[in-house]
Design a protein. Structure first.
Length: 479
């Protein structure tokens, strides 16, 4: 395990009371909703950012908002840190606990409470998986738009915590654009509701503040989300280019022309080869970069949009244009893209970065990313949401070699700094967690950080909610 990123020192008074805390939680929750034996805690010691791990004090798995409230009220009373957890798919270490913390997992709160097609909304518990929402309304001709690659496993509560995106968010927006309301338990156990089925709510936009809060403002237990009618038709098309810079420039020009496809996904040559070997999706192997561009609408609308995109692509030397010919082929194209992270894990350990850049800087950042990774003697595979500049370079390394792991983390930090320096930001959808916490000063001034921490402290004065995450450990206000 790497120790490069520090955690807060565990609270000695909490550690000393562990047996009593477990006994008290046993009184608040049924036996099947509490995990406290050391062996059973191991699955909760890390998330998808597996370089770091800590065994929590205990794991609470409540089934209702009332049980979440009871646990939060107790932990608040005794100053016990709480780490919220959805499915544990966080790539930034957002759900990694520490020794004095109670992990509050929402996996048992996985019910779809209401489907309201008249108002085009669904009300779901926070532990419902992203894909389950779309599957529950598919037969009625609707879907839930944000679609992270981990949508089969990730939960709506985690998506809200990180403001997750996905391939089809270029047109339909990320989680914050599809979230209408939440039920949330505050740090002292108070239950509040923000927003609802209406398209807008009166007063301050607290819902916008909550979406992306990384579990530091409260525990979301229910969500009201927007449902979208399925389009008349959809067609993914593969565009192959000689080099990544040409593909990046094409993306920038497509968006600059006012053309908004449903999705524009990018793969460089290493990513193409990795994904094709896994999914056999029919990706061209004789190109240096690939764009998956999906358009939707009537046949005439799709044809017209594609003509405009092909014309732009030709100006950037496109080598291959391959239109999907069947639903099976379309499914394979997207299987390859959505399997990219898992497929890469078959050939090497990797760190998945998550920086966002202006589209005008995409070609420059791609070139510099390759130079940075080469400087550290490592390899990189790029696969990301090109339409909104949300980059996901996968830095390949050997996790069993501490020096190799340190080089990978250093390369990742340099890439994130590059994104900020190019006019972008540290994260597009994975969150800050522990991974980017100490880079926050590269993006924000001390005054900016102080204001953000003041907002956080207004919700949680004792800093017990996900306390080691998001903000640099030095310079925090005293709890």
């Amino acid at each position: 395990m790497s120790d490069a990123i520090p955690f807060l020192k565990p609270r000695a008074d909490v550690l000393a009371r562990r047996a009593q805390i477990v006994a008290d939680l046993t009184d608040l929750l049924p036996p099947e909703c509490l995990v406290h034996e050391a062996r059973e805690l191991v699955p909760f010691e890390t998330d998808a950012f597996v370089s770091y791990r800590r065994l929590p004090l205990a794991v609470a798995l409540p089934r209702t908002t009332a049980e979440v409230s009871a646990v939060m009220r107790y932990c608040h009373r005794y100053g016990i840190p709480v780490v919220p957890r959805g499915a544990g798919t966080s790539l930034s270490g957002g759900a990694i606990p520490q020794e004095d913390a109670v992990v509050l997992g929402l996996s048992k709160m996985n019910g779809i409470l209401e489907i309201d097609l008249a108002n085009r909304v669904a009300v779901v518990q926070a532990g419902v998986t992203n894909l389950n929402i779309s599957e529950s309304v598919s037969a009625d001709g609707f879907f839930y738009a944000p679609d992270p690659s981990s949508q089969l496993a990730c939960t709506i509560g985690g998506n809200i915590g990180m403001n997750s995106g996905g391939a089809h968010c270029l047109k339909y927006g990320v989680t914050t654009n599809n979230l209408l309301g939440v039920k949330m338990v505050l740090v002292d156990g108070t239950v509040i509701e923000l927003g609802g089925k209406a398209l807008d709510a009166a007063g301050y936009d607290l819902l916008g503040l909550v979406c992306g809060h990384e579990g530091q403002l409260g525990i979301v237990t229910e969500a009201t989300v927007r449902l979208i009618a399925k389009p008349e038709g959809a067609r993914p098309v593969l565009f192959g280019f000689e080099a990544s810079e040409e593909a990046g420039a094409c993306v920038a020009d497509v968006i600059a022309a006012g053309i908004i496809p449903v999705a524009i996904e990018f793969m460089d040559k290493p990513a193409i080869e990795i994904c094709e070997a896994f999914a056999h999706a029919g990706y061209p192997l004789d190109v240096g970069a690939l764009l998956i561009v999906e358009v939707e609408g009537s046949e005439a609308e799709m044809d017209a949009t594609l003509r405009d995109i092909v014309e732009i692509a030709r100006r950037h030397g496109v080598k291959t244009v391959r239109e999907c010919q069947s639903a099976t082929e379309a499914a394979l194209i997207w299987k390859g893209r959505k399997s990219a992270f898992g497929a890469t894990g078959r050939i090497a350990d990797y760190i998945c970065m998550d920086g966002t850049v202006p589209l005008s800087q995409l070609s420059h950042v791609l070139k510099r990313t390759a130079e940075i990774v080469d400087h550290y003697g490592l390899r990189v595979a790029n696969v990301f949401h090109a339409g909104d500049g949300n980059m996901h370079p996968l830095i390949l390394f050997n996790a069993n070699d501490p020096e190799d792991a340190a080089r990978a983390e250093a390369a990742g930090n340099d890439i994130l700094k590059l994104c900020v320096d190019a006019g972008g930001c540290l994260t597009g959808e994975h969150g800050v967690g522990i991974e980017k916490r100490d880079l926050m000063r590269h993006q924000y001034s001390e005054a900016d950080l102080a204001q953000q921490m003041a907002v956080r402290a207004a919700f949680d004065p004792g800093w017990i909610l996900n306390p080691s995450k998001v903000f640099p450990l030095e310079g925090r206000p005293a709890a």
